[in-house]
Design a protein. Structure first.
Length: 128
């Protein structure tokens, strides 16, 4: 018997296990963070102070590296702290929220895709 989402009568079938290239999603998050931080005129150190984090955490997320697992995988609380410090919606930091999870982050597919993300972020900041 299938599960339902939100009371919908549509049955949800379990997704087959597939390999997802998490590095591409981390790269997308990193690029979004750098773009937003620079647009706000903040250094990594100042952003860290505002978010209650260490500067090394900001640097690791922006470079998509981790001493433990190779790629950055920030906690949800870290994403929300960064969003609050940048005075943006948390969704602006998260890549590909408008689509299903793909093997790779579509935001990293090309220079054109990256430029489109930058334009979207700047428009969101200008609209404030």
């Amino acid at each position: 018997m299938g599960q339902t989402i939100g009371g919908s009568s549509d049955a949800v079938k379990p997704m087959k296990a597939r390999k997802i290239e998490w590095r591409t999603y981390g790269d997308s998050l990193a690029h979004r963070l750098v773009t937003l931080r620079r647009s706000r005129g903040l250094s990594q150190e100042r952003l860290a102070e505002l978010a209650g984090l260490h500067r090394n955490q900001i640097s690791n997320i922006e470079r998509n590296v981790s001493s433990n697992e190779g790629v950055s995988d920030p906690h949800l609380s870290t994403v929300y702290r960064l969003a609050a410090a940048l005075d943006v919606a948390p969704a602006l930091l998260m890549p590909d929220l408008d689509r299903r999870v793909a093997k790779k982050s579509p935001e990293q597919a090309s220079g054109r895709a990256i430029a489109a993300v930058e334009a979207t972020l700047r428009e969101a900041l200008d609209g404030r």
